[in-house]
Design a binder for this molecule. Sequence first.
Ligand code: GLU
Length: 509
Amino acid sequence: MNQVRTRFAPSPTGFVHIGSIYLTMFDYIVAKKYHGQFIIRVEDTDQNRYVEGAEDALFRALDWFGLTSDEDPIKGGPFAPYRQSERLDIYRQHAEILLKNGHAYYCFCTKERLEEHRKQQESKRQPSMYDKHCRSLSEEEVQSNLAKKVSYVVRMKIPENEIIKVQDALMGEIEFDSNLIDDQVLLKSDGFPTYHLAATVDDHLMEITHVIRGREWMPSTPKHVLLYRFFGWEKEMPPFIHPPLILKSEGQGKLSKRDNVSSIDYYKSEGFFPEAILNYLANIVWNHPDGKEIYDWKEFEQAVDINTPKVINITSQAPKFDLKKLEWVNGEYIRKMSDEELTKRLQEFLVDHPNKDQIGPVVPLIKERITKLSDFVPLTDFIWEKPEYDMEVFKKIQPKVDRPLDEKINPPAGGQKMVLEKILGVMETLPRPWNAEEFEKSFRKLAEDDLPAGGQGKIKVGDMFQLIRVAVSGQLITPPLFESVKIIGEKEILDRVKWVVENFGEFNE
Ligand code: GLU
């Protein structure tokens, strides 16, 4: 058996889509399972779509995921070059082979003629296909046009009236009527090949053993089958595997560029872990045999068996993308990480955080409460800085006082200020350093015994601690209160609560 060789063949069009990582995951795992090679071939033959810097962005993204290639345009390798724009001679030579053996022809049709023809077909609601006008040019006409340097493309001569059988590893055999297949352009007038010619030639020359590509390419497979035949490589055609596309979470269609969750930049900036994303991507097409959802994504290699027709035992059904589920997976990674590791990851992520070096003690407090690294900042900012208080947040805690305690706290909205004053009072007398038990006991007592004037009113203990939480942090949800208070320090806490009491009712109204 030959060495297993797979390839990821991106077109550098400026944006690293999560679907590219999903496809690369298959390439990588199939090659690695059999100690073969995983190749990156850059398909930059569409000059109109070329975006400067896109290739770099792609390599950075693959690095981030640890999807390291064995051969690529930068590393090189035995089949270099790996950038299609540097292989133009190879494609031209192969187009010439097809011209010579009668499987391709020169087409001199002008843009205007093609456009006119397309419009006519459109008005008759016919599929847009070339009318094969140049397929029947005489040898003299061809030679004379070439001599006159008339601009041309090379087209593939699709046989007529044939049923072309395509083997798709996941979907089995699919038949195509050759009369519905366009005489595909192979070589463009600028001398660049189209995808079909370049990919087929390269897959063959680079000895690719398994072609894994997006499901959107499935309809073009009969053209590839024919190209393998036209070149006489039929027996060496590798299995084609078209994993299902990832669909939008809502509505119709595939996850598109416009969905921000399709961009790898989104995941980097939100602080997802690449290994969690890969785990999620494996999960959406494969069931782990032990029913696990969290596992080292490389266990996905259990789904791979090149001796079976499917090659990769995944569903053929298109999965829907579910960000909530991915967040859950990522959160599980956070939880199983040691505090030290999570601290390190957070420090790497929070490059510009002014208190980066002091986050260590805070990490255990937030570990259960975040699903991605970016959640850390809004949850913990109050630890290092006095928050911007918002009156509305206090209003969400209406102390459930049974009866007005005195005239001043009627209407009940005023109740919060009164409770806050009492809280401040307790804090000022609480012996320092504060300890958890005393802290808890004193405020419980305040709620249960001291607040009700004459034993007639009551505030729920939960509301009491919520008021302390908001006075300390400005928010309703925080890491555990007492631990946060200890990190902030007694003096700063007193300053904050004092400020709140003094400014209550004035700020942000
Ligand atoms: N360059 C093609 C793309 O970006 C590659 C398709 C393939 O893998 O053959 O979609």
